[in-house]
Design a protein. Structure first.
Lengths: 205, 212
């Protein structure tokens, strides 16, 4: 049964023996995308995660947006977004926003690095399994692309009130969001766990 | 399509598919030997948990729309705006595309998701005019669009952080931001609790493949 997978959406058994590198497999009954066999998946994960982390650090350091009206200017940085909610009496919303746009994506990227660096060399490490278990739960709570849309909507809402300037951090965050989406796009539950299992067997023998 | 009564699903062979790592595990085992997660043939109490969360989200949806999501202080005057009020204001400002984005993300998606999820739970144990495949796609769409409703909460967060010009112009968040974030989070957990394999079980049972 080693090459057989049960569709996560409808439980149909699908044999993946004839899969070739680069191919995707979908469930013949419900259409759910089962897996994609990418020989360079681990290297891609590593590259996208490093690049995305660098972009995220830049996004946190510089002005994100600035807003000027009648000679008064206010500058906003990314960490200030949850910060102002906190000061305005909504600490819970502040924590959620910080988690969805910064903390959870950062944790996902660090997790991806902790997985992909040992796996790229076929090494097993004791943290691979715990991280592999909670990574997918964590990943569904990252909302970087939603935040970008939020920025665009905000810009339109206040464009008529004053002059709004996009800062360096805004563009860093856009780059981060694109790289993060690429990284998540490479992530594949079935292939990742096959790689972890293979690394474990190799290290044990 | 006439199917012979043969083993086609993991359940037919009494195998539980691990939700974490996709390994097929004999259903009498409690934990997956590969990743160590707890395994079940189907998620336990999936429908009850989903319904409970959907009801919670429906209740939270009321304060999310009744109370202001943000306040604008300008020239000593305070103006409160609700989610719908924000959409109306955007149309008045002439930004119809953005009004449409907010309307879809904040009104259509949460309401549509609640209705669709109630429908999916309701039809699992009953006859549905929709094919299982259509309902599976419906479920996957609901799972995908859930987080997009957070747009309005993010907009409030950005405006509050950005628009702070002392006595001239200040934007403050309203309590509806909390309720609305609650609606989004609880519906996301509801979608995750729903086990879409249940949609197919009824049909598989009819085909006479029910395991002993």
């Amino acid at each position: 049964m080693d090459n057989t997978i049960a569709c996560q959406a409808c439980d149909l058994l699908v044999n993946l023996e004839s899969m070739r590198p680069g191919q995707r497999a979908s469930c013949p009954r419900c259409g759910y995308r089962l897996t994609r066999l990418r020989p360079d998946a681990v290297e891609r994960l590593m590259a996208y995660s490093i690049a995305a982390l660098v972009a995220l650090v830049f996004a946190c350091l510089f002005p994100f947006l600035s807003f000027a009206s009648s000679g008064v200017e206010s500058v906003m940085t990314l960490p200030q977004t949850p910060g102002s909610l906190w000061r305005n009496g909504l600490p819970l919303v502040a924590i959620l926003v910080a988690a969805f746009i910064i903390a959870i994506p950062a944790l996902v990227l660090v997790s991806l690095l902790l997985l992909s660096v040992p796996l790229a060399r076929g090494r097993f490490r004791p943290w691979l399994k715990p991280i592999g278990r909670w990574l997918f739960h964590l990943q569904s709570w990252a909302m970087v692309e939603v935040f970008i849309i939020g920025v665009i909507v905000s810009l339109v809402k206040i464009a008529k009130m004053a002059t709004v300037t996009l800062g360096l951090s805004f563009w860093s965050y856009v780059a981060f969001a694109i790289l993060f989406t690429f990284a998540i796009g490479v992530l594949d539950r079935y292939q990742l766990w096959n790689a972890i299992e293979a690394a474990e067997k190799e290290t044990a023998s | 399509m006439s199917e012979p009564a043969e083993a086609r699903t993991a359940r037919d062979l009494n195998l539980a598919s691990c939700r974490t790592c996709c390994k097929l595990v004999p259903a009498d085992q409690h934990r997956c030997p590969r990743c160590g997660s707890v395994v079940h043939l189907r998620e336990t109490d999936s429908l009850q948990r989903t319904i409970a969360l959907l009801i919670t989200a429906s209740i939270l949806y009321i304060p999310a729309n009744v109370y202001p999501i943000m306040y604008t202080d300008q020239f000593g005057r305070t103006e409160a705006s609700t989610i719908i009020g924000g959409v109306v204001l955007l149309i008045k400002l002439g930004s119809v595309p953005v009004a449409a984005v907010i309307f879809v993300a904040s009104v259509l998606v949460p309401l549509g998701k609640l209705i669709a999820m109630f429908y999916l739970v309701w039809t699992v144990e009953r006859h549905s005019p929709l094919e299982p495949r259509q309902r599976t796609v419906m479920y996957q769409v609901m799972e995908f669009i859930g987080k997009w409703s957070m747009v309005d909460v993010f907009v409030v967060a950005i405006l509050v952080a950005l628009v702070n010009l002392g006595g001239l112009l200040v934007i403050r968040p309203g309590i509806a931001a909390l309720s609305f974030a609650g609606v989004v989070i609880v519906t996301m957990i509801a979608a995750e609790s729903f086990d879409s394999r249940l949609i197919w079980d009824e049909m598989d049972n009819k085909n006479g493949n029910r395991p002993a």
